[in-house]
Design a binder for this molecule. Structure first.
Ligand SMILES: [Zn+2]
Length: 189
């Protein structure tokens, strides 16, 4: 299981501190899987992370329950579960495409994204869009838009326009706490 937390620093600072980063301490917390034993520290694993101005390996703090053997990993909020690309480049690329309404060539030219990657981001976003919109409305206490025949691309544009004025990492963290998903999480996760 993964949990996200607000690292309150840049990925560079997080990476430099390595195992000495002040991770949230889950020692003694009841196991979220079996709830019959307490979590204890279980080392780290290395994970590759790509942001707009950072690419490198970061350490992820891991806890284990000796009773059921399940682990809990602590993912910093700038990372995206299951992806090497972090929240920042994913939001940047999709904002250019959906909110700025740039075409594929312009989006790829102005970002770190390949056409293939953009296609994959769009596909995954399309699957999650309704959930993301509902969650955004819930976590930000927004008024739901009037129901109507608005296409998926337009709705995605509205979503990223709204995210632009907010903190994308913070929204990701809140949505993850409620749903165990982030922007591009597979629905079957
Ligand atoms: Zn357990």
């Amino acid at each position: 299981m993964q949990q996200m937390f607000d690292a309150r620093c840049s990925a560079q600072m997080y990476a430099i501190q390595g195992r000495y980063f002040p991770f949230p301490d889950l020692t003694g917390v009841l196991c979220p899987h079996c709830q019959s034993d307490l979590l204890r520290k279980h080392g780290f694993y290395a994970r590759y992370l790509i942001l707009l101005h950072f690419a490198g390996t970061i350490l992820i703090r891991r806890y284990i329950c000796k009773e059921c053997g399940h682990t809990v990993s602590l993912l910093p909020s700038f990372a995206h579960p299951g992806r090497a690309y972090g929240i920042e480049p994913i939001i940047c690329v999709l904002t250019i495409f959906y909110a700025d309404e740039k075409c594929v060539s312009e989006t790829c030219a102005s970002s770190v994204c390949s056409r293939q990657l953009l296609r994959w981001f769009r596909l995954r976003l399309k699957q999650n869009l309704n959930l993301l919109l509902m969650e955004l409305i819930a976590v930000c206490s927004l008024r739901a838009p009037p129901a109507g025949e608005v296409g998926a691309k337009k709705r995605a544009g509205q979503f990223f326009e709204c995210i632009r004025s907010l903190n994308a990492e913070d929204i990701s963290l809140k949505i993850f706490e409620r749903t165990r998903k982030s922007y591009l999480s597979p629905l079957s996760d």
